[in-house]
Write a protein that binds this ligand. Structure first.
Ligand SMILES: [Mg+2]
Length: 120
């Protein structure tokens, strides 16, 4: 079973994403900010990370830079962005994101992105 770490400060988004990922047979962990996500990745490397951009304490971008600079950083990263954040996509790819998904996402969109990064 593949593992996915959902990193988002919104409990509602984490819940929706968890439901979708579980129907796609993923084992799911959650973190509510980048710092928590870094600690979780150090303890247990996920196969894929679904990463929000705007979060308190540590943003998705700061997490991504720190994560890709760390020793075990092989997880695929799918960045979540909004219509307003579309200009950030290139910056996220440059920082080491593998794919991006627009919020709000549905099952089909997420499934397609997971296929693109080779996780299903
Ligand atoms: Mg957020």
């Amino acid at each position: 079973m593949k593992t996915c770490l959902i990193v988002d400060d919104s409990k509602v988004i984490r819940k929706v994403a968890r439901h979708i990922l579980e129907t796609l047979q993923f084992e799911v962990d959650e973190a509510s900010d980048g710092n928590e996500a870094l600690n979780q990745c150090a303890a247990r490397e996920p196969d894929v990370i679904l990463l929000d951009w705007n979060m308190p304490i540590m943003s998705g971008m700061d997490f991504l830079r720190a994560y890709r600079a760390s020793q075990n950083s092989a997880a695929k990263v799918i960045f979540c962005t909004t219509e307003n954040g579309i200009a950030h996509i290139q910056a996220a790819i440059d920082a080491g994101a593998d794919e991006y998904v627009m919020k709000p996402f549905d099952r089909e969109t997420l499934e397609t992105k997971l296929q693109l990064v080779g996780c299903i």
